[in-house]
Design a protein around this ligand. Sequence first.
Ligand SMILES: Nc1nc2c(ncn2[C@@H]2O[C@H](COP(=O)(O)OP(=O)(O)O)[C@@H](O)[C@H]2O)c(=O)[nH]1
Ligand SMILES: [Mg+2]
Length: 210
Amino acid sequence: MTEYLYKVLVVGNNRVGKTAFLERYINNSFSAQYKTTLGVDFQPKVIKYEYCTLRMQFWDIAGQDRVKVLTRNYYNGASACLIVFDITNSKSFEDVKEWKAEIDDKLGQIPTIVLANKQDLVDDISDPKKACVDDMDLDNLKDEIKATEVFHVSAKTGYQVKDSMQLLEKILMGVTIPRTSKGETSDKSIILDKTKTEPHYSRSCCLSFN
Ligand SMILES: Nc1nc2c(ncn2[C@@H]2O[C@H](COP(=O)(O)OP(=O)(O)O)[C@@H](O)[C@H]2O)c(=O)[nH]1
Ligand SMILES: [Mg+2]
């Protein structure tokens, strides 16, 4: 059985919900209690398909100091990236561009999914918070930074957590392997144990990348 191991960066400002989002995706749980991520947390997620196993390692950083945390070593070997912001916090939205620029600079372009988290706060009918962006702003951002896709999500309710991560899984499982701007393939998976059985869907084409 072939196993593919991929590194996925999870970046975004402090307190936007990076750790909470991973907790929802990986363990299907949520805690309102705030736990600071110290340095980098490594969260594994394993998905077993019929013909192969996908192992993802999420690098979840403490977001308070972009320059200090994000050294070249931190980026090395990453295949994809999640950039998280808080839909009620405009500074965290503005900084998405900075995070993307940082990643482009260190790695060239890799598939990037932007997550507009805490959508539940906007949808709360008893006490709705104002969204700092509308769909037009998100479309513009997507084009400007060449993100693969943007999703409204909520780590609290689980809204669109599966959908957004299914896209990530598809991207990682190959489909069209995009070339990075530095000319190398962005397929940086490590094949842990290769047998003759090839995954039947791994290299067919059904996604497009910007
Ligand atoms: N209402 C709401 N709160 C959230 C959501 N995601 C995270 N939080 C809260 O926001 C705070 C910061 O979350 P955390 O995951 O630690 O942020 P990080 O610094 O980006 O890792 C915590 O108190 C979480 O409970 C969400 O989707 N909705
Ligand atoms: Mg954290």
